[in-house]
Design a protein around this ligand. Structure first.
Ligand SMILES: Cc1ncc(COP(=O)(O)O)c(C=O)c1O
Length: 396
């Protein structure tokens, strides 16, 4: 792994309040939250890679921002990235664009299922999945993950039952999984994929966290399992998380089945979502073309942050770290503290001064847990961990 000599790149304490960053916005932190440790919203406190900043600057310097086509280099940069980094060979004709990943998930639901159909999810899971299902009047089919010996696994017996129900038409697979940090193995994906294929359930793979897997945990793109699985799936991804450009990028949908791709494209056209944003394209192309070494450094830094949390938490009675395979989101188990979910939320906010995502937002299975975003400078994380330790040791 190439480690760039850029000491301190992720240590800079950047004032995110000088722009309307959601993570520190009063809408998220509350009006009394200015001093709170902002670790809820899933973005990073780091500047985008230098290559991305340079590309944006260059595009800005051009000064004309009329209608534009997609730059010639964007899809090849993505294709090369997926091939070199993840061993997945993608045909350029199979790539469609989307404004963002959630939009792609919602379009998939509306094109390939009908109102009242079931879409399966695996809670505790990213809360926006629930909102999409509700707002599109789809039925939530829940296949909760099992926590065994501190590690989350899929419950395949339950999955087989649920995908064999005629109303189940689609699954939102979160690979890697937000919030439990599992990078699903090839064997797990194959078992899931085989079941879905057997029962005619379309796999919609949200792989937005795919680039953020730690050493020894290989992210396997679901569609890379082979033509059968590729043919029964839609992959939604973007560089938003990997390069911290969520407000300055768009997303991609990769669909190898021609009929489905046409149907998806026709919905994109109906909704006129295909306009090109010059800055998003410039940022994405640069990220995929030149962002690799920066991402390698980032993963090392994030892993050090995980190690920090593990070390601190080891001394904090009744709090457990769920060991992540990847992502910058940690899932912490506070159940042994004996609080109700509401009491835990208040305790973390008022006693530890933490603004994290409450576990129950990820489904009832998340009660007693919280999601901690560790993509911040190490000094901030150390202070926050000290605050937690103090709060837990002095709780009544
Ligand atoms: C699993 C997952 N999917 C999608 C998103 C959001 O993606 P986008 O901003 O492209 O809609 C997030 C953001 O936290 C996420 O964690």
């Amino acid at each position: 792994m190439a480690i760039l000599d850029r000491e301190g790149l992720f240590d800079e304490d950047i004032n995110r309040r000088s722009v309307p960053a959601l993570k520190v916005h009063p809408r998220v932190l509350g009006t009394d939250g200015e001093k709170r440790f902002a670790a809820g919203v899933a973005d990073m406190d780091y500047k985008a890679p230098p290559a991305v900043l340079a590309a944006l600057q260059k595009r800005l310097d051009h000064g004309v921002f009329g209608y534009e086509a997609v730059p010639d280099g964007l899809f090849p940069a993505l294709i090369r990235w997926l091939s070199v980094r993840h061993g997945w060979s993608v045909d350029q004709n199979h790539i469609l664009r989307a404004p963002n990943v959630l939009n792609a998930l919602a379009i998939a639901a509306s094109v390939f299922t009908d109102e009242g159909d079931g879409i399966l999810v695996q809670p505790p899971v990213f809360f926006d999945f629930f909102d999409i299902l509700r707002e599109n009047h789809r039925k939530l089919i829940s296949n909760p993950l099992k926590l065994e010996d501190g590690r989350y696994r899929m419950d395949f017996a339950d999955l087989e039952r649920k995908v064999s129900e005629p109303r189940t038409k689609m699954i939102y697979l979160c690979n890697p999984h937000n919030p439990v940090g599992r990078v699903w193995t090839e064997a797990e994906l194959r078992t899931l994929g085989d079941m879905c294929k057997r029962h005619n359930v379309l796999v919609v793979a949200d792989e937005i966290h795919g680039d953020l897997s730690f050493a020894n945990h290989k992210y396997v793109p679901f569609a890379s399992l082979g033509p059968d699985h590729a043919g029964n799936s839609i992959t939604c991804l973007s560089p938003a998380k990997s390069f911290n450009i969520a407000s300055c990028c768009s997303a991609f949908t990769i669909i190898s089945d021609e009929a489905r791709r046409r149907a998806f494209q026709s919905e994109n056209s109906r909704l006129t979502v295909n306009k090109n944003n010059a800055f998003a394209s410039a940022a994405m192309e640069a990220a995929y073309r030149d962002g690799g070494p920066w991402l390698d450094d980032l993963l090392v830094y994030l892993k050090t942050n995980v190690d920090l949390v593990r070390r601190y938490i080891a001394d904090v009675a009744d709090v457990q770290l769920i060991e992540p395979d990847g992502t910058f989101l940690l899932w912490l188990d506070f159940r042994a503290l004996g609080f109700t979910p509401e009491e835990l939320t208040v305790f973390l906010r008022d006693k530890a001064n933490w603004a994290v995502m409450r576990g129950q937002a990820f489904g009832p299975q998340g009660a007693g847990f919280a999601r901690l975003n560790i993509a911040c400078p190490q000094a901030k994380l150390v202070t926050a961990l000290g605050d937690l330790k103090k709060a837990v040791s002095t709780r009544k």
